[in-house]
Design a binder for this molecule. Structure first.
Ligand code: SAH
Ligand code: SF4
Ligand code: F3S
Length: 438
């Protein structure tokens, strides 16, 4: 028999913040079972919490799993996360040494699955398509003592034609406002100062549960009442669902940070239609204009895919122009990667890798130029910084502004966890340098 008692675990987490949070929840389940963290080499239980968003994300894990098969150690090995949903039991055929595959909607079954693996010594898999609201979020084991992620809605109903998420995370299911408020209150009681509300599309929050009478902006008003909760962030906001009520909440609520992650994906209306983003370039830009009008100090973030099937150089130039006009503060830029099972697989991946790289590089250069301009405009300005930890140089404290810019400043370590006013005096690469003025 290959397996024995489990006393240590090691996680490898890939992908987005939702996966990071799911790992924290699974760690909580393992700690409750009495397991302790250990190195990848020594752990009795090794879990890969995986991502399927692009081919590279999957290839990294496949390579790693292959290596482990050759290593022949006496470890229990599991795959969780989006690849578990995308590949399901086919993973067992490819990796006979794999012990379990646990989908994104089944993480609450981790304990039971481990028992089954240990008692039957067979390969076990659970990958249900729909999330049942039975997950104990309160069990999550977080390493960061100041900032926490809190899930408010799981799944995605948008079905952008390039994206695996609706298949790997299932339908949208909102979490009850009472449960969210209770978790946030507990986090604040435990000393947390900043909470990031997570969902593939937070703007859909509450629409699947009309009887709660609590849409996303209503939730923000409720959370803002928690004394001691300094900052609330949220991501992601699908442009189609942003409302004026939400914009007013961002403007008016003291806790709400003014960075809105508002992914455009592409700047050509023809490509946006093919992507099934359900807005045109003009509609997107109108929403940006309204957001900037209602929230004058708003900072905007985006995700962009270059080289979507049939995208011409001219259409890419429209994306470039949108980037310039909006002047994003934060951008995640990607080349298109065809994903099995998505509608876009019907179309030939016809933009060459060299052309995709050219477009990516051009956008990256623009992003760097805009960021440098924004940094120099900040010289002399005062910003609010939440001090998170000592900086690596051990001379400064490190924190972020409300719109997510990194700042280092000289301050007493006893001030960690406080939001202080900092005057910007310089910068080093992307990091702003400042002096505490309050
Ligand atoms: N729900 C979020 C994004 C989740 S995925 C939203 O809609 O904004 C994160 C990002 O990965 C996406 O915004 C998109 O830019 C990128 N992405 C998704 N599928 C991709 C693919 N097939 N190829 C390249 N990038 C992709
Ligand atoms: Fe994917 Fe689109 Fe859903 Fe975002 S909104 S997760 S890009 S399908
Ligand atoms: Fe990846 Fe799944 Fe997140 S595909 S980006 S881990 S939702």
């Amino acid at each position: 028999m290959k397996k024995r008692n489990l006393s240590t675990y090691h996680f490898r987490t890939y992908g987005c913040q939702m996966n990071e949070l799911d790992t924290e929840i699974m760690v909580g389940i393992l700690k409750q079972r009495g397991l302790e963290e250990s190195s990848e080499e020594d752990a009795d239980l090794l879990i890969f919490n995986t991502c399927s968003i692009r081919d590279l994300a999957e290839r990294k894990v496949m390579g790693k799993l292959g290596q482990l098969g050759r290593r022949q150690k006496n470890q229990v090995i599991g795959v969780t996360g989006c690849m578990a949903m995308a590949k399901k039991s086919s993973l067992f055929r490819k990796f006979p040494h794999l012990d379990f595959v646990l989908g994104t909607n089944n993480i609450s079954n981790l304990d039971a699955v481990l028992d089954e693996v240990l008692t039957t010594n067979t390969q076990v898999f659970r990958t249900e398509d729909r999330f049942e609201e039975n997950l104990d979020y309160f069990i999550a084991h977080r390493k960061d003592p100041i900032k926490a992620h809190v899930s408010i809605i799981r799944g995605c109903d948008k079905f952008c034609t390039y994206c695996v998420v609706p298949y790997t995370r299932g339908q949208e299911v909102s979490r009850s406002p009472d449960s969210i408020v209770e978790e946030c209150q507990k986090l604040v009681d435990a000393g947390y100062k900043e909470i990031t509300l997570l969902g593939q599309n937070v703007n859909s929050y509450g629409k699947d549960q009309k009887e709660w009478n609590c849409l996303f902006h209503d939730l923000l008003y409720r959370l803002d009442k928690i004394p001691g909760l300094l900052r609330i962030r949220f991501m992601t906001s699908h442009p189609v669902d942003i409302t004026k009520e939400l914009m007013y909440a961002i403007r008016d609520l003291p806790s709400s940070c003014n960075l809105v992650h508002f992914p455009v994906q592409a700047g050509s209306s023809r490509i946006l239609k093919k992507m099934h983003r359900i807005y045109t370039k003009e509609e997107y830009l109108e929403k940006v204009a309204l957001l900037k009008e209602i929230v004058p100090n708003v900072a905007l973030g985006t995700d962009i895919i270059v080289g979507f099937p049939t995208e011409t150089r001219e259409e890419f130039e429209e994306t470039y122009k949108v980037f310039e006009d909006v002047g994003y503060d934060v951008a995640f830029l990607y080349t298109y990667s065809p994903r099995k099972g998505t509608p876009a697989m019907r179309w030939k991946d016809d933009v060459s890798p060299e052309e995709k790289d050219f477009r990516l590089k051009k956008l990256m250069d623009l992003y760097a130029t805009i960021a440098a301009e924004k940094r120099s405009h900040m010289l002399g300005a005062s910003v609010q910084v939440l001090l998170e930890r000592e900086n690596k140089d051990q001379k400064h404290l490190y924190g972020r502004t409300r719109c997510w810019k990194k700042v280092i400043c000289e301050a007493d370590p006893s001030q960690i966890g406080q939001e202080v006013s900092v005057k910007i005096t310089g910068f080093h690469h992307q990091t702003l340098i400042g002096e505490v003025v309050s």
